[in-house]
Ligand binder design. Sequence first.
Ligand code: GLA
Length: 707
Amino acid sequence: MRFDAADATLILACAKGAPVSILYWGGALHADTDCAELEGLFARQGMHGVADVALPLSLAMEPGLGHPMFRGFAAHRAGKDWGSLFEVGAVELREGGAKIICRDESTRLGLEYEIDFDARTGVLRIRSTLTNYGATPLDVSDMMTACLPVPDGMTDIIGFTGRWTQEFTQERVARNAATYLRENRSGRTSHFSYPAILLAATDTNESTGDVYGFHLAFSGNHRIRVDSLTDGRVMASLGALLLPGEVRLAPGETYASPEIVAAYSGQGLSKLSRKFHDHVRTKLLSPEMRAKPRPVHYNTWEAVYFDHDVEKLKELATRAAEIGVERFVLDDGWFGGRRHDRAGLGDWTVSRDVYPDGLGPLVDHVTGLGMEFGLWFEPEMVNPDSDLYRAHPDWVLGLEGVEQIPFRSQLALDISRPEVADYLFHAIDAILRDHDISYIKWDMNRDLSHPGDSSGVPRAFAQVGALYALLDRVRHAHPYVEIESCSSGGARADMGVLAHSDRVWTSDSNDALDRQVIQRGASFFLPLEVLGCHVGPAKCHVTGRRLSMEMRAATALMGHMGLELNLLTERTADLDVLKNAIDLHKKHRALLHNGDVFRLDSAPQLIASGVIARDKSEAIYSVAYVASDAKVLPGRFQFTGLDPQRSYRLQLIWPSDWQAIKGPSAIETLDLNGEGAIFSGAALVHGGLQLPHAFPETCLLFYVAAV
Ligand code: GLA
């Protein structure tokens, strides 16, 4: 079965009675290339010391295949029926995809694959469903959504790791004979192991070379592995990580895996990212939300923390509206006894201590200023010091006889219990019905360390499904309320949650230098418009670093822009700069939020990227000077992605008051910070601009428009 996109071909081997596997996936093949030709080319000889026949591959890599080192599937019935071998029974073709129905008669299991291959982008999506047709329960210990072969020329593995305030840190390692394994048992997407992986050729960079990318669209425990089989073939496998006893299928029951979203690029890493961005934009985000410009945010967290005072909040809102903010988001601290993070979580009623007249007066003030109002919730959690916990101590996840691990003074609710989900839905629904609220920041701030339900069974996997169902229920009841997914910063920023929300909070670090790296990492999978990017205070609260407003604003401007600082204490001159940046963001946000992202390779002192309109009529390039340079001058900057056949006007649009350091640079001689100058696309792409010397911690933004 063959699927084609402009620059990629996928061929599945799915003959009846044989295992289902990928015969070919990579650069586009000529229409005449047939499967027999490929099978002949790929045929493997026998060898001493291994099986006499080449062992087949399959999407499940189940035990019955007999591979000595790697298995992608493990299940049993009380110690028996562990050796499944799935054979294709039927294939149902549909536009751009297929359902492949496999079965193993000896262990009485069914395994179905839903496979979609987008002819426009070449994005491949795979989901699998296991059904127990036997008469006794089946324990599923491990089931990868799919195991996908990649060419052995993909010698580098790029993973994404990090911690709180350092999300999306790239880690490129050389593949070797050992298994590369990432396991996440935190019960959320996690800071430490982003559920995605890239396999690239050694010399693949942002704009050239082969790369295969895989993302598990799931916000819970995951396992990602890259295995070299004994015969040198390479498999990338992704799936939910199932805890012991978590998936026990009664006769007739099914287990549905999370989806893998994968893509191939023969033109480097940025092209791969553009395919993922296209997928998020067209398949995950709702068309209504995409059509609406994303409002510039003001978030109260770093300005007031738990110190809520209505008059001060109104003042902040007034100041925010004056400089162009369009949505005011009231963060943690507005409800129950939540005067600090040790109490009140779970009590989702407006605190009369801090809001004696309710939230109404603040909401009215904000909406009266022409802004939207947004509100923070952390529905899945409870403080033991709360009315909710006192009434329902049995609603939390935990393990009898095992002490709860302290984690921000809060415990996780078992939201897979209908009465818990109902309580949360009605609490959120009541607040949304009573107020003019158009945005929710949905937070989640602890790991599910011991996710046992009241009967002791692990519920980490079920918790994710229950979260998605709760998000959908809220969205269905309030279709015009947008939802942001947050988890101690960016610990829940995956494509699974984005199918049920509208934006992610990228990181609790508003330090622009760190943000340059974090946002670049996030852009491997997510388009800029879903990345919450805020301007923080002059002295960053989490790093203590001081950065200019020019640098902070330019960094936040390149995503979904917001502010998170005390506007009442910032210097007036800085507020003027900030207002200019907000104006600039609004002027170019249609481009930033719909354009094609080109991350650019550069010396380590620079972090550079461009966003180019689909029709190549305009572009913005960001060049951040993040460290001192041992050379007198940085190199020439090539405006990758422009159309070499067209002519463009080039302008420096940020910083608004460019200060030359010495002697005129091209910025002054070409009047780039004034009217700009016109160049051929070819000169900009292939020749490039000699960058000026600039102080470290400066960010230049260039605007390029076709003439
Ligand atoms: C988390 C979030 C922050 C903020 C706080 C509130 O840490 O990431 O943005 O909302 O919770 O408690």
